[in-house]
Every structure is written in C-alpha cells, then in structure tokens.
Design a protein around this ligand. Structure first.
Ligand code: NAG
Ligand code: NAG
Ligand code: NAG
Ligand code: NAG
Ligand code: NAG
Ligand code: NAG
Length: 270
C-alpha cells in the first residue's frame, strides 16, 4: 500500500494521541480517551512485580536453547539497573541440562530471562485501540534472539512480534494470522540495535473479528498488517531473551544483555 510515514503521537498526551490516530482509519477513536494500562513499571522491584510476572506465561522453556531463570529472589538473569531500566541477561552453561520442553526441543545451552505482563491486551468493543511500546537495547549477534511480542493467551494464533532480532541487525515486525491465513513480515534494518530504539505497535479494531496493526520504529511508521481473529482474544505481552534457534548457532560464549525502558501500554475506552 502507499502510505506516508507518519508519527503516531501519543507520548503522554491522551487527547493528542486520539486526535492523531483519528486522522487515519480509527475515526471512532477520535472521541475516545486514552488510558494508561502499564507505565513506569521498571522503577522498582515493587512496581515490576505488580505489573509483570517472571519467565514465560507457560514456564521456563520455549523455542530456542535458553532456559529462563528468574523470580523475586533470583535476579541473576532479570534485574533492574539505574533508573527504570530492565535487564535480561543470558549466560552460556557448560553442563548438560537436557532439552527444552517446548517444540522443537533444542538442547539447553543458556540460562536467560523473560517477563510477561499480568495485564493482557484484549481488543474488543470496549477497548478498540491499544498501544504497546518500549525502548530497547537489543543484542543482534548470531545466536541471540531477543523479542518483545504478543501471543494468544487462550490459543495460538494470534501473534504479533514488535521486536524480534534473529542474529543480525534486521528487526522483524510480524503478525500471525494475517488476512491470508499466514504471516505478515516487515523487516527493517536498524542501525546499531544495541543502542536505544523505540519499537511500537498500535492495534486497532477493524471489524468484529479483525484488527489492523501499525508498527513503528523510532516513531516512524513501517507497516500495517491485518490481523485476522484478534478481536476478543486475550494476548500475553512478553519480553524475553531467547538464544540460538531461529537466530543461528553457535551463539556467544560471553554474557548477552537485552535492556528495556519506558515500557508503555495504553488503550482507548469506547
Ligand atoms: C509514564 O511514566 C513516565 C515516567 O514515570 C511519565 O513521565 C509519563 O508522563 C507517563 N506517561 C503516561 C502516558 O502516563
Ligand atoms: C535433544 O537435542 C539433541 C540435539 O538437537 C537431539 O539430538 C535430541 O534428539 C534431543 N532429544 C530429545 C528428547 O528431543
Ligand atoms: C518462537 O518464538 C518467537 C518469539 O521469541 C516467535 O516470534 C516465533 O513465532 C516462535 N516460533 C515458533 C515456531 O514457535
Ligand atoms: C515471519 O516471521 C515469523 C516469526 O519470526 C517466522 O516464523 C516466519 O518464518 C517469517 N516468515 C517469513 C516468510 O520470513
Ligand atoms: C538492509 O541492509 C542490508 C545489508 O546492508 C542490505 O543488503 C539491504 O538492502 C538493507 N535493506 C533495507 C530494506 O534497507
Ligand atoms: C473482517 O475483515 C476481513 C477482511 O480483512 C473479512 O475477511 C472478514 O470477513 C471481516 N469480518 C467481519 C465479521 O466482517
């Protein structure tokens, strides 16, 4: 589609945000008020633990070679640094810890970290627009697989990937299922992903079953994906540092860091 690059103005001003998105397809949102769902959650362990749970919603393992270790009393792989910065740290292990319990059951070679928001994203008639964004310093070496993504809490699909690096400096903005029943992928080169960059999704109800997801890098619009059967589907918000798998192998022997700040989730109330 042709589409001018545009800024999705939200930062801190609900009225401006609603007006800005109202200029495009979400006319119904222009009169609605934005409300904050998650903000300032990396200020302290108390705020972190009131908004997020440690590890994946389903536990410690997923589709790479890292096993997630984190809890209120274990901050080796998930910790807060300076003011408002969440750090996920992956370290290589030298012993045999068996294989991941999740498909494709790769052998565990790293300990790392993940968190997931207690609050789901749920697009419905009451909350037709959501914004999910954060600033990240993401590793991009071969074998490092950081992600900031949404995945169905009751079923898979749906899925929306807002940040996903697979071992090089391209970010993958992905949506499953799209209108054609498969993936939409928008890949964008990011200059020095290890520096702070903003990654954002604006998810807006398009009809009774589908959403449009607009993705942004550093405030610049990069693509719109139609997400089929996202409406009325609760979605987990996950930040994780997975390793190897789709990002290649072998991964690094030195520790790998993935940092997040200014994590914001907001929605409009119809
Ligand atoms: C989010 O929190 C930051 C820092 O606490 C604050 O400056 C900002 O105004 C907040 N934004 C919204 C939309 O509440
Ligand atoms: C564990 O991973 C290794 C290496 O990929 C593989 O050869 C083996 O079959 C896996 N074991 C299981 C039980 O999946
Ligand atoms: C593996 O996890 C990533 C998120 O880290 C996700 O984007 C991807 O869809 C998953 N792939 C499979 C096959 O589960
Ligand atoms: C789109 O992204 C997903 C998630 O990373 C991936 O599983 C899939 O292979 C990608 N599709 C293409 C055509 O690259
Ligand atoms: C991304 O960078 C690669 C390698 O420098 C280059 O080949 C490719 O054309 C770039 N893609 C875009 C969309 O700029
Ligand atoms: C929503 O739009 C899609 C096209 O993107 C269409 O296939 C679907 O039937 C529509 N659903 C409803 C309930 O109108």
């Amino acid at each position: 589609m042709t589409h001018n690059r545009r800024r999705f103005l939200v930062a801190g001003c609900a009225g401006v945000a609603a007006a800005a998105i109202g200029t495009r397809s979400a006319g119904a949102a222009s009169a609605a008020a934005w409300e904050t769902v998650v903000n300032g959650s990396f200020a302290s362990y108390a705020t972190l633990e009131s908004a997020w749970n440690y590890r994946y919603p389903w536990g410690s393992d997923h589709n790479g070679t890292a096993r997630m270790y984190a809890s209120a009393s274990d901050h080796n792989h998930v910790y807060l640094e300076s003011s408002g910065v969440l750090v996920l740290k992956a370290t290589r292990i030298s012993w045999d810890e068996g294989n991941s319990s999740a498909d494709p059951h790769l052998p565990i070679r790293y300990h790392s970290g993940a968190v997931h928001a207690k609050q789901h994203v749920l697009v419905n008639d009451q909350f037709p627009n959501w914004e999910v964004r954060g600033e990240f310093q993401a590793p991009s070496a071969r074998g490092t697989w950081p992600a900031f993504w949404l995945t169905g809490a009751n079923s898979w699909p749906p899925e929306s990937d807002i940040l996903e690096f697979k071992g090089d400096s391209r970010n993958w903005f992905n949506t499953y299922r799209n209108a054609n029943g498969g993936w939409s992928n928008t890949t964008v080169n990011v200059s020095s992903p290890g520096s702070w960059h903003g990654y954002r999704a604006w998810i807006t109800k398009a009809n009774a079953t589908d959403v449009d997801i607009h993705y942004y890098l550093d405030g610049n619009w990069v693509g719109r994906h139609r997400g089929a059967n996202f409406v009325n589907q609760p979605l987990w918000i996950i930040i994780n540092l997975q390793m190897e798998g789709s990002s290649g192998s072998p991964g690094p022997t030195a520790a790998t860091y993935y940092r997040a700040r200014n994590l914001y989730v907001g929605r409009t109330r119809a």
